[in-house]
Design a protein around this ligand. Sequence first.
Ligand SMILES: [Zn+2]
Ligand SMILES: [Zn+2]
Length: 379
Amino acid sequence: MKKILTSLLLVFIAFSLEARELRIGLFYESNPSRVSVDYNIGRFTFFSEKQTYQTLSNKSDKIVFIAEGDKVTAYFNNKTIGTHVWFRLENNSELNSLRWSDGKITRPYLGSFVVYAIKGKLKVVNEISIDKYVEGVIKGEAGYGYELEYYKVQAVISRTYALHHQKHKKEGFDLCDHTHCQVYKGINDRENIAQAVQETSEEVLVDSSLNYINTLFHSNCGGNTVTTDFVWSKKLPCMESVKDTFCLNSRQAKWKKTLSKNSWIAFLSQYTGKPASYFSGKKLDFEQVERKQYYSVGNHKVRLVDIRKKYKLKSTYFSVYEIGNQIVLIGRGYGHGVGLCQEGGIVMSKTHSYKEILYYYYQDVSIMSISKVEYYRLF
Ligand SMILES: [Zn+2]
Ligand SMILES: [Zn+2]
């Protein structure tokens, strides 16, 4: 195993990426032991750590990879090629693409590829320029039909996120293609997404120490974003609580949920360690005009995030009304409420620039090109 890891490390050093390239682990969720790749556009050189094979250049060309422990067996047009530590498909031009499939999902991807195996599962790593990757992420995560300025917001956020979160270094890549990192679905075919990425090319959000910030975002803040300590334990900089009137009439602005009073009291009893009888006669109503961190009942405090988790609520921004045997929750917004409010940003993008939107939801940050960040970091 150690030998194999060393060999993998060597392949990564040998083909060290050009600046602004990322390594994305594909098929993270399905974690397949067999994948296939078909010709799509342009030529690809095909080789392993031992030798170079034929170039993948005909419409009918197909390679199947199967994991065998920590090695991979490849079949080129149904003919066995051999079992090796890694195989590589290198594009002869940036416009070239291949069609990859795990048997369930088939998608075309730009860039070059390395295939290796860890414990009987294949790793397909897509080496791609950061901007082409960002296009694929926006296509996968932001949806269609928005203003160009909104796609620019998403481009800067996603590019920054990719440099801030690199959680898979030990497996041999930077990010995976799943919600665990950012959903990445290969080639983008939408012109306005491509334009937004191009017009913000290289731009990222950094804090005053030139760190790429943790660009958190959520669906709808309900009119008030929160600081990270309301949701998790630590307070992160650059994400202060802001008032947001832009999202108040959007799709996820309001919600309502009715629960039985028995269930509510059982939860409070379990949470506080007090018997259920303690809560009879206690005022269960709770008003949340401005965002709060705790629900209070008697002398007890319950973290709103814990209530949200228990009842799978859309947000922690809700008021509580006791009506007969029922508890009615009247809520606002959807998501954790930290950082960019997407629905607010969508409305804002009709009248504001992407920079105004980013500076509204993130504080004490600068929008800067990656080259500039790297240059300033030298001093
Ligand atoms: Zn991941
Ligand atoms: Zn909002």
